[in-house]
Design a protein around this ligand. Structure first.
Ligand SMILES: NC(=O)c1ccc[n+]([C@@H]2O[C@H](COP(=O)([O-])OP(=O)(O)OC[C@H]3O[C@@H](n4cnc5c(N)ncnc54)[C@H](O)[C@@H]3O)[C@@H](O)[C@H]2O)c1
Ligand SMILES: O=P(O)(O)OC[C@@H](O)[C@@H](O)[C@H](O)[C@H](O)CO
Length: 481
């Protein structure tokens, strides 16, 4: 794939070389170049470690993207080479190139995806570090250099579009950048320039990107006739919502390119429906379906028993707990289930397991709490899923070990408490009470929700006595009566 020189001016600085940004943002930039005259390319830097920068440069910024799934009602399985990345800069080795980019007249946008852990203040990061530790510190140093290079010219500010899946990602990023400006004693003129010349937009991203096709990489490379270690598999569906000013529409020609991407005044409703329905269903299905013996999202949705469980959980618990139009939420849920069924994509449940406790808290606890408040009873399936989550952290699926991936504090706490339950030192109800009352995990005392501790303990008793598969079959029959 070597030998192609990127032909567009470098307009975008991208923090993150991961699968998601390449299959989502870089692909959209390519679409805007080809269909709407955006005329811009992307310079990628790694937010930490060296990541895939060397590989990216070795491939001249090119990578193959497989888009597989439903497009305008038809199943489409296609692939293309994305050419919107001009180069990667390895900040550990070529920091000067990074500063030179800050001096570029053409640079205008900064996009990022550094996981939920990326937008953080680190008091040890210093302006003179090369590079600074952490994404916002690197960005502050970049913007400060730009401010100095253009003597505070207000037409040389940037538009920041963070894609991290945290609430208010734009203002959150700005807050940390301002914190560094203060921490590093940067002049007031820079702070004013940050406010007046730069725009920090919040955004909501949606596209399922399983990444490199672990199970069919060799086959695909044989078909393509070349090796591509940066190959990415993604679904067809995508949605990009940016909360930003009206004038941004002229600079980002989504509409002209025919993209399903929008600049809006308020993205709260888009965010809530996506986090609660799509991400919420992923996180809630994980312990139930994995312990039931399934491995992928599509298997889980297609299985008669777990499929019914997931569908009814969304329809009868997640949607009624929300404050938006039921009809619109149902239509969205329908699309989400279709996307989960995508026959081309093998989205492994195990890949959803990272930090599952904090994800359940962010994505499903709000549904649980709102449902209880509205209906004055527990959402049965979500309660079951919470019980299965506690059982998942026992770390066994039959004889097989579950590779738990969470903070050491959470893993150790579960290990110790489950050992006490097994040695009969601790009753199941006391175990559940202990876990649910951990405000540091849940942001509140979940054991204070009427009936929750008892219901979870009862489910755990059935898991212990009969195994989770029997429990799922039993509860499903009971719920659907
Ligand atoms: N893959 C998807 O379907 C999808 C869809 C929407 C959002 N996301 C979000 O995107 C993020 C990355 O997913 P991906 O599929 O690109 O994964 P990936 O493993 O391909 O890339 C991870 C990226 O995050 C960076 N990163 C990891 N930990 C970091 C930290 N502590 N600080 C700064 N940067 C860090 C890495 O350098 C890398 O650029 C995840 O948080 C995920 O929630 C993923
Ligand atoms: O990537 P995670 O682990 O934060 O969440 C798992 C999935 O819910 C998520 O990646 C979705 O596939 C994505 O958010 C769809 O836009």
């Amino acid at each position: 794939m070597a030998g192609v020189t990127n032909r567009y001016p470098e307009k975008v600085l991208q923090f993150g070389e991961g699968n998601f940004l390449r299959a989502f943002a870089d692909w959209q930039i390519q679409e805007m170049n080809e269909k709407a005259g955006f005329n811009g390319s992307v310079v990628v830097v790694q937010p930490r470690g060296s990541g895939k920068i060397e590989r990216l440069n070795h491939q001249d910024g090119l990578f193959t993207l497989y888009l597989q799934g439903t497009k305008e009602g038809q199943e489409v399985n296609e692939h293309l080479v994305v050419d919107s990345i001009s180069r990667g800069i390895n900040l550990d080795q070529d920091y000067d190139q990074y500063l030179q980019l800050a001096e570029s007249e053409e640079l205008r946008f900064v996009i990022s995806n550094t996981t939920e852990a990326g937008i953080r203040f680190n008091e040890n990061a210093r302006l003179e570090d090369r590079p600074q530790e952490g994404f916002p510190a690197k960005l502050t140093a970049f913007l400060y250099h730009r401010f100095q290079a253009f003597s505070g010219d207000s037409s040389k500010g940037c538009v920041m579009i963070p894609c991290e899946l945290i609430e208010n990602n734009g203002p959150e990023l700005k807050k940390v950048v301002l914190q560094y400006a203060e921490h590093w004693n940067l002049e007031q003129g820079f702070v004013e320039w940050l406010h007046e010349a730069n725009t920090f937009c919040s955004s909501l991203v949606d596209r399922i990107v399983p990444g490199y096709p672990k199970d069919s990489g060799d086959e695909k490379e044989a078909e393509l006739g070349y090796r591509d270690e940066l190959m990415v598999v993604s679904e067809q569906y995508y949605l990009f919502v940016i909360e930003g000013p009206e004038w941004l529409k002229n600079e980002l020609p989504f509409e002209k390119a025919g993209l399903n991407s929008f600049i809006v005044d308020d993205l709260t409703a888009y965010r809530e429906r996506k986090v609660r329905i799509l991400n919420g269903a992923h996180t809630a299905m994980l312990p139930v379906c994995y312990l039931y013996g399934l491995d992928t999202v599509s298997q889980s949705v297609n299985d008669e028993v777990t499929g019914a469980f997931i569908k009814e959980m969304i329809a009868e618990e997640m949607i009624p707990a929300m404050k938006y139009s039921e009809e619109e939420m149902k239509a969205y849920a329908q699309d989400v289930l279709e996307r989960f069924r995508n026959p081309y994509i093998h989205h492994f449940l195990s890949s959803l397991a990272l930090n599952a406790i904090s994800k359940f808290n962010a994505r499903n606890v709000p549904t649980l709490v709102d449902y209880v408040e509205k209906k004055q009873k527990l959402p049965q399936r979500l309660t079951f899923s919470l019980s299965a989550l506690l059982y998942f952290y026992k770390g066994k699926r039959g004889e097989e070990d579950i590779p738990l991936d969470d903070s050491s504090e959470i893993i150790e706490e579960f290990k110790e408490l489950w050992q006490k339950v097994d040695s009969k030192e601790l009753q199941l109800t006391a175990f559940v009470q202990d876990i649910l009352s951990k405000e540091q995990w849940w942001g509140r005392d979940l054991s204070s929700i009427s009936g929750l501790t008892t219901a979870v303990a009862e489910h755990l008793k059935v898991f212990e006595d009969k195994g989770i598969k029997a429990a799922v079959l039993e509860v499903n029959a009971a719920f659907t009566k």
